[in-house]
Design a protein around this ligand. Structure first.
Ligand code: AHR
Length: 493
């Protein structure tokens, strides 16, 4: 049998587990908002029209931060359309998704929804068709307590307290030519810098995210980040990264190794940011907001946008159905994000409901969890304390896209308070189980181990893995081919 060894030492840490790593995203696209988070005629809708079954599952998923309102949608959005009495709100063409936006759900509804769901709002502003003035207007509306035109308008609209939104994205994917109002790096750098400067005149303590690259294959990747940060360094806190992966041409091996690309993307952005830091002689360190990531096939029955005169409200778009292999890849991407907890300060699984989502609703009432729900819920539920800098000795396999990749990838978190070690691991072999050894001799009081595995051919949820044993400071567990695994090692209770 193949073997792999993970060596743990709690004195080697990468950084704290950050709750913001477990963010998600709701965009005005397809049935994410309408028929997803908002469906007033649904039996489980509350007085605001929010589906409480969706809120319940978002809580079970352990989502911390939610980004809104886009995505590509935000680059043509007028936030003022979505506030005030609903009968005065206009319907508009949504160019990004060739749909009609009825504006029945807007800014104030989002903030209320976030409160009910117990998540932190992350607001994206339109730097595609709009600019500095609209951004500061939005900030005044949201975060000033009262006594000005826009803050008083918010109060009249039913929100007497300021929304106090701390996290702001300065546009979305401005490097992409598909983006409404797409810009060159130089153009975007000017606009983002001046927008950030003006926003900080209202509140210097905001956390501002500049747009990074839409994926690591962009021709401008790296240079884009350098140009933006050379100009905006002192005014922003994070630069974004986005990445979507899917199985191409039956190449499951490369697909399972997708986190090699995510690791590379993060490392490249960190190197670029630190290069600029060095140029500037700045003591400040830029973080990464990996605010869109997931498996996304971009093919299939709901992939095509409406065309021509057809501008539907909330059509079924990008409603991918996920397999266990997809869930294993999602798990491996979570491993990559945790492994970079020193620099990844926020991350958003795109998206939360219906559109490339872990949660699916049907208009007639049904709601269900996709396979990808489980690795996310387990990781957000169990990762606590510090992410450890573990050593992994794993056999390699050859991939078409990434060269040699480890068959086993893993990360571990250590919660000194509860004395609980959790190892998250994937087996990327398509045919062979792996005997995974976890050396915990540095934590001699840990003597009780439990494990779950999620693998093709098992059930639709992770199952208890009975093979786990611990003796003489080493835990052993047999992890099945193409599997997501969670091993918890504790003191005896
Ligand atoms: O999440 C779907 C889309 O993917 C977002 O709108 C866009 O930012 C990205 O290209």
């Amino acid at each position: 049998m193949l073997t792999a060894l993970v060596t743990i030492d709690p004195s080697y840490t990468i950084g704290p587990v950050r709750r913001r790593t477990f963010g998600s995203f709701i965009e005005h696209i397809g049935r994410c908002i309408y028929g997803g988070v908002y469906q007033p005629d649904h039996p489980r809708a509350d007085a605001d029209g929010f589906r409480t079954d969706v809120i319940d599952l978002a809580k079970e998923l352990g989502v911390s931060v939610v980004r809104y309102p886009g995505g590509n949608f935000v680059s043509g959005y007028r936030w003022e359309d979505g506030i005030g009495p609903r009968d005065g709100r206009p319907a508009r063409l949504d160019l990004a998704w060739h749909s009609t936006e009825p504006n029945l759900f807007g800014l104030d509804e989002f903030v209320r929804w976030a409160q009910v769901a117990g998540v932190e709002p992350m607001m994206a502003i339109n730097l595609g068709t709009r600019g500095v003035q609209e951004a500061v207007d939005l900030l005044e509306y949201c975060n000033i307590s009262g006594g000005t035109k826009l803050s008083d308008l918010r109060r009249r609209n039913g929100a007497p307290e300021p929304h106090n939104i701390k996290l702001w994205c300065l546009g979305n994917e401005m490097d992409g030519e598909w983006q409404i109002g797409h810009k060159t790096a130089e153009e975007y750098a000017r606009l983002a810098t001046e927008t950030a400067r003006a926003m900080r005149m209202i509140d210097p303590d905001l956390l501002l995210v500049a747009c990074g690259s839409s994926n690591s294959k962009m021709a401008t990747f790296g240079e884009w980040e350098r140009v933006i940060l050379e100009e905006a360094y002192d005014l922003v806190d994070m630069v974004s990264a986005h990445a979507y992966y899917y199985e191409q041409d039956g190449d499951i091996g490369s697909f399972l190794a997708s986190s090699v690309d995510m690791d590379h993307m993060i490392d490249t952005v960190v190197a670029t940011a630190d290069l600029v830091k060095d140029h500037k002689g700045s003591p400040k360190q830029i973080g990464i907001s990996f605010d869109e990531w997931n498996v996304w096939y971009q093919t299939g029955p709901t992939a095509a946008l409406p065309t021509g005169d057809n501008w539907p409200v909330a059509p079924r778009l990008n409603e991918d159905r996920y397999s266990i292999t997809d869930a294993v890849v999602v798990g491996s991407l979570l491993i990559s994000l945790l492994r970079h907890t020193d620099r990844v300060e926020a991350a958003c699984l795109a998206q939360l409901v219906n559109v490339i989502a872990p949660i699916v609703t049907e208009p007639d009432g049904r709601i269900w969890r996709q396979t990808t729900f489980h690795p996310f819920a387990q990781t957000s539920g169990l990762a606590r304390g510090e992410v450890l800098n573990i050593q992994i000795a794993s056999p390699l396999y050859q991939t078409r896209q990434y060269g040699d990749a480890p068959i086993v990838d893993a990360t571990a978190t250590w919660d000194a308070e509860t004395g609980s070690l959790v190892v998250f691991a994937v087996n990327r072999s398509q045919s062979q189980p792996v005997d995974l050894a976890i050396d915990v001799r540095s934590l001699p009081h840990l003597i009780q181990a439990g494990a779950t595995s999620f693998a093709e051919g098992s059930q639709t949820t992770p199952q208890t893995n009975d093979t786990v044993r611990i003796a003489d400071g080493t835990a052993h567990v047999i992890i099945p081919p193409v599997s997501w695994n969670v091993v918890t090692i504790r003191r005896e209770r």
